[in-house]
Design a protein around this ligand. Structure first.
Ligand code: TYD
Length: 211
């Protein structure tokens, strides 16, 4: 029989906690991920802050391809999966097992949205990812309309490439918002100042999580 705990027992180790921040370009994900990490650290938690694509070998290949000509849709999807598999095995799962807070700036929901916008079925991409990648405790979808987001990243919309990018982002936003019914997902209005958005995020995290 397990002995009853007494007041002298050490407090139980905190459970790992996994939070993902997603949204189209220009919604402020990296600023907010950093601020959320700082907030958790002030509460005394150990935090691992990551991003995808990562700085590992597959992630580097993906960033190079964005600069030097895009990969085929099939290769691009495969590289993102390879990058994520390595991220899960080497960083995400060990940190969660050690009771840390893991905060990611993009994860497989970006795979659904961006490769979905390139023609793959988002539900199929989700299944592929969930066969090896843990589902987060909380998915924060930073939401902003596409024109507002593009204006933030200095997009003037006056050439063909930019029109194409706008169309792809409209589809990405739609795919992100299709996740709003999931129990672990919350949509965060990302209009206003960075402080406004941080306030909304902290309120949501404080209400949703007990880890
Ligand atoms: P971004 O997150 O904006 O980072 P940075 O500004 O440092 O380049 O860019 C990453 C790009 O990768 C973004 O356009 C979305 C894309 N992406 C995918 O297409 N699929 C994925 O699975 C992930 C994680 C990202």
């Amino acid at each position: 029989m397990k002995p009853r705990s007494t007041n002298d027992d050490p407090p139980p180790a905190p459970r790992g906690c996994f939070i993902v921040i997603e949204g189209i370009d220009g919604t402020g994900k990296s600023t907010q991920a950093k601020r959320l990490a700082d907030w958790f650290e002030k509460t005394g938690r150990e935090v691992v802050l990551g991003r995808e694509p990562t700085d590992g070998p597959w992630g580097r290949k993906l960033r190079e391809s964005a600069a030097n000509g895009r990969l085929s849709p099939e290769d691009e999807l495969q590289y993102f999966l390879n990058d994520r598999r390595q991220h899960v095995d080497e960083t995400i799962q060990p940190a969660l097992d050690a009771g840390k807070v893991v905060i990611l700036d993009r994860y497989y929901f970006s795979n659904m949205a961006y490769q979905g916008a390139r023609g793959f079925d988002p539900a199929g991409i989700r299944r592929l990812n969930e066969s090896f990648a843990p589902v987060p405790d909380l998915l924060l979808i930073l939401d902003l309309d596409v024109d507002h987001a593009l204006a933030r990243i200095g997009h003037r919309g006056d050439n063909a490439n930019e029109f194409e990018q706008r169309d792809a982002l409209l589809r990405c936003r739609e795919i992100f918002l299709s996740l709003r019914g999931e129990a672990f997902a919350r949509v965060i209005d990302s209009t206003g100042t960075p402080d406004d958005v941080t306030g909304r995020i902290i309120n949501t995290v404080a209400c949703m999580l007990d880890c």
